[in-house]
Unconditional design. Structure first.
Length: 405
C-alpha cells in the first residue's frame, strides 16, 4: 500500500496580515500532482487543515476542490483528522457527501466512522478511535486520534475511571492508556497504522505552531504512542522530523509552507510511505517547492536598507528587515522603505547603545489595557516595539487563560 502523509496546511493563514492564498493554491496543485504521479492509495492529512475554527470561504473551497481532485472519482482514499486549529464539527460537516468520493473525516478521538463504501474502497470495521479499511485487496487498521484536548480525553476515559486517583492521572498517562486500548485492534495480517495531532516530547517546534499545551501539560512522551504500529502519521509540529523513542516509526511531516521566519532554515516536504503487513515501512521524503520564501535582511543604517530594497525590489519574497541604527526609525522612513519593496512584513530597528526607560507613573500604568501594558514592558526589555504577531500571540494566550479560569 502506498500512503502519502501530510499535515498542517493552515489554509487561510496570513503572515502578519499578508494573504498566503496564492502560495497555498500553488502547493495544493503540486500536492495533487504528487498523488497522481506516485499512484497513491491512501492520503493521510494529520490535522490543522485550516488556520482557524471559522475559516474563510476561499479556504474551504480550496480544500474541497483539492479533495475532489485527489479522489479521482473514488480511486484514492483520503483520511482527514482535526487538529487544534480546526473545528471538528465544521471539518466533518461534509461527511455524507465525502463518502462517495472516498473521503473519511474524523473530528474527535471518540468518533465511530460509518461502515460502508468510500469511493472504490471499503470501510470494513469501525469502533471508538479506529477503522479497518480495504484498499485494492489490502487491509489496514488505523488508530485515529484527532487533537486530543483534555476535555475530549475525559469524555472518553472517565467511564473507565473508578477512583479519584484515576481521574488525576497525567495527560501523557491518559494518551498512553487510550493508544494501549486501541492497539488491541491490530492484527498480524493487516497493515497497522496510527494518525494523531499532538506534541510528542523531544520534538522541535518549527516556530509558527499555536501551542496546544500550557505549562507543558499537553506534551506527551513518544513512548506512549502505539508500539506495534508500523507507521505513525503525526501533525502539529511544522518541522519535519522523527519522534524520539519510537524506533523511527512516528514522524511529523511538517507544514507545506514557511509560515514563520523561524521555519526558513529547513526544507518543506511530505512523506511517501510504502508498507505491507509484517514489514518495516519504506519512507521516501518528497520535497515541496517554496514559491515565495521568507527572507531576513540585515542592514546597517537606513541608507543600507534603502539600497537593499532597491536592488531587490522585483524579488518575489516576504521580507523581515532588521536595521542596525543609533536612533528610532520614523514612520516616514518606514513608508519609504515599503514603497520601494513590497511585501516587507516587518521592519525591526536594532538600537545601538540605547535603552528605553518607562516614564509612566504607577497610576498611569494602572489605566493601560493588557495590550498597552505588554507593549510598555516589551519596550523596557528590548528597546523596540513588539511586532503585531507577538502582540496577537500574547493576547491569544491571555484569552485562553481567561477561558480556563
Amino acid at each position: 500500500m502506498k500512503i502519502l502523509h501530510t499535515s498542517d496546511w493552515h489554509l487561510g493563514k496570513k503572515l502578519d496580515g499578508f494573504s498566503r492564498q496564492d502560495e497555498q493554491q500553488l502547493f495544493l496543485q503540486d500536492f495533487v500532482k504528487i498523488v497522481q504521479q506516485n499512484d497513491i492509495d491512501l492520503v493521510i492529512i494529520a490535522g490543522d487543515v485550516y488556520d482557524t475554527s471559522t475559516p474563510p470561504a476561499f479556504a474551504e473551497k480550496m480544500f474541497y476542490d483539492t479533495l475532489k481532485q485527489i479522489s479521482n472519482n473514488g480511486k484514492t482514499l483520503t483520511l482527514v483528522i482535526a487538529g487544534n486549529h480546526d473545528s471538528p464539527e465544521r471539518l466533518t460537516s461534509a461527511t455524507p457527501l465525502a463518502m462517495e468520493h472516498g473521503i473519511i473525516m474524523i473530528g474527535t478521538p471518540k468518533t465511530v466512522v460509518p461502515i460502508g463504501n468510500y469511493g472504490n474502497h471499503q470501510l470494513l470495521n469501525s469502533g471508538e478511535g479506529f477503522i479497518e479499511i480495504k484498499i485494492n485487496d489490502e487491509n489496514a487498521i488505523i488508530l485515529t486520534v484527532p487533537y486530543p484536548s483534555e476535555k475530549r480525553l475525559n469524555e472518553i476515559l472517565y467511564e473507565e475511571m473508578t477512583s479519584e486517583n484515576d481521574q488525576k492521572q497525567s495527560y501523557t498517562d491518559r494518551i498512553k492508556e487510550l493508544f494501549s486500548t486501541l492497539e488491541d485492534n491490530y492484527r498480524d495480517d493487516t497493515i497497522n497504522l496510527a494518525v494523531s495531532h499532538l506534541f510528542a516530547m523531544g520534538s522541535e517546534e518549527g516556530g509558527s505552531e499555536r501551542s496546544i499545551q500550557l505549562g507543558g501539560s499537553y506534551i506527551v512522551d513518544g513512548k506512549c504512542l502505539p508500539q506495534n504500529a508500523q507507521y505513525i502519521a503525526l501533525g502539529h509540529v511544522h518541522k519535519p522530523q522523527i519522534v524520539p523513542s519510537t524506533n523511527k516509526k512516528a514522524r511529523y511531516c511538517g507544514s507545506p509552507l514557511h509560515y514563520n521566519k523561524k521555519e526558513i532554515s529547513y526544507e518543506k516536504k511530505c512523506f511517501l510511505v510504502e508498507i505491507a503487513p509484517n514489514t518495516d515501512a519504506q519512507i521516501t521524503e518528497i520535497p515541496l517547492k517554496v514559491y515565495k520564501p521568507i527572507e531576513i535582511w540585515r542592514c546597517v543604517g537606513i541608507d543600507d536598507a534603502i539600497n537593499k530594497c532597491s536592488e531587490n525590489a522585483q524579488k518575489d519574497c516576504w521580507v523581515y528587515l532588521e536595521i542596525e541604527t543609533d536612533e528610532y526609525i520614523s514612520e516616514q522612513q518606514i513608508k519609504n522603505l515599503k514603497s520601494i519593496k513590497k511585501d516587507i512584513v516587518e521592519i525591526a530597528p536594532i538600537i545601538k547603545n540605547q535603552t528605553y526607560t518607562s516614564n509612566l507613573t504607577q497610576q498611569e500604568k494602572d489605566q493601560l489595557s493588557f495590550e498597552e501594558l505588554f507593549c510598555e514592558f516589551y519596550k523596557v526589555q528590548r528597546s523596540v516595539e513588539p511586532t503585531n504577531e507577538l502582540k496577537n500571540l500574547f493576547l491569544e494566550i491571555m484569552e485562553m487563560d481567561n477561558e480556563t479560569n
